[in-house]
Design a protein around this ligand. Structure first.
Ligand SMILES: Cc1cc2nc3c(=O)[nH]c(=O)nc-3n(C[C@H](O)[C@H](O)[C@H](O)COP(=O)(O)OP(=O)(O)OC[C@H]3O[C@@H](n4cnc5c(N)ncnc54)[C@H](O)[C@@H]3O)c2cc1C
Length: 326
């Protein structure tokens, strides 16, 4: 690990003022569960690390009339054990509980989970100068690509590793971003960027900005949500494929369904074709499975990951039936 300076702002005002004037490469530190491995492997070599741990205003959950507000420094454990999340957002609770190990969930934060870097083994290996690190090729394209993208890849075939992101997008969550110029909100769905838009970065955050809050709108009384995740190992693991689903359930009909896949694309991948095929129709398992297969025809698997199409089809069907049975 190379030498760096550590900056510890006392509050948000101090932080955004520092981000606005800082020269040199700097990165934000929350729980450090992802960042430290990137520093140790010298995938990132910042001159300055900006530690958020003193920013009290970014910790914890707050229930307001129209929304649940989750501070960026809220730990994943706190999110998973929140009575409000357990009562109103079953899918988000499942997604949070599926992350890593208890130790990781106790330290890793919600903001860090959304901004974590990809797990692609070529990106994480200091010996491979892949496109994401400024090189000229994606090694996964003709290399070992079992864990890579089946949607939205091409020039870079990472998959987005976050379990919270697909679930929060299915709940139509927004995020708040702060800079010296003030605060802005955007849909979390609009935050993530494909490699064709920004190759070196997975989201729209500018160097002078920080993610401060996630805002989950109050659900309607009919809203149900679920999260199904398939991993290679029984203990902690990232998703090979996951499906976050949310919809207003009326009998065996789903209204305004949102289905977002994890582990299949460089960004959480909304499957609107599937949503359109099942919305407002009487659903049974056979119909859901047929719609899933049809919607997944858009997938473009690489040489070693066509299994993800079959897996996604099963998980889409399971997520649909799970919404209807809850
Ligand atoms: C062994 C292991 C298993 C894991 N398993 C899973 C899993 O199953 N599912 C899953 O979803 N994740 C998994 N993860 C990832 C883990 O959830 C993330 O490492 C964690 O959520 C990151 O949070 P953090 O607070 O530690 O972030 P940090 O490591 O501090 O930061 C991560 C990145 O986000 C940036 N960042 C952090 N906070 C902010 C902010 N507020 N504004 C702007 N940028 C910010 C940092 O600059 C850095 O680039 C795993 C990680 C490990 C090490």
């Amino acid at each position: 690990m190379r030498k760096f300076s550590l900056v510890q702002p006392e509050n948000l005002k101090e932080l955004v003022a520092f981000l606005a004037k800082a020269d040199g490469q700097r990165v934000i530190l929350a729980g450090g569960t992802d960042l430290f491995s990137l520093l140790k492997d010298e995938i990132l070599n910042p001159e300055i690390i900006v530690d958020l741990s003193r920013l009290k205003e970014l910790f914890g959950l707050r229930q307001e009339k129209e929304a649940l507000r989750i501070g960026a420094l809220t730990t994943i454990s706190e999110l998973a054990s929140s009575p409000i999340v357990q009562k109103n957002f079953f899918g988000l609770k499942q997604a949070a509980q599926s992350i890593g190990s208890p130790q990781l969930r106790n330290v890793g934060t919600v903001g860090g989970n959304l901004c974590q870097r990809p797990r692609c083994w070529y990106f994480r290996d200091p010996l491979f100068q892949c496109r994401k690190k400024g090189g000229s090729r994606c090694f996964a394209l003709n290399g070992r690509n079992k864990y890579h993208a089946i949607f939205g890849g091409g020039i870079c075939n990472i998959v987005h590793p976050s379990d919270l992101a697909p679930s929060l997008i299915s709940l139509e969550a927004k995020i708040k971003i702060a800079s010296k110029d003030g605060e802005k909100e955007m849909l979390l769905a609009d935050f993530f960027t494909l490699p064709s838009v920004s190759l070196r970065q997975e989201n729209k955050l500018q160097p002078n900005e920080v993610l401060t809050e996630v805002i989950v709108p109050k659900p309607s009384s009919h809203l149900k949500s679920t999260y199904v995740k398939f991993t290679e190992r029984g203990s902690w693991d990232f998703a090979l494929v996951s499906v976050a689903a949310a919809a207003e359930v009326q009998g065996d009909i789903l209204k305004k369904p949102k289905f977002v896949l994890g582990g299949v694309a460089p960004i959480p991948w909304r499957l609107t074709v599937f949503e359109q095929m099942i919305e407002g129709k009487k659903i049974d398992e056979k119909m859901a499975a047929a719609a899933a297969l049809e919607a997944l025809k858009e997938a473009r698997p690489l040489s070693e990951n066509a299994y993800k199409v079959d897996l996604a089809s099963v998980l889409l069907t399971r997520a649909t039936m799970s919404l209807l049975s809850r």
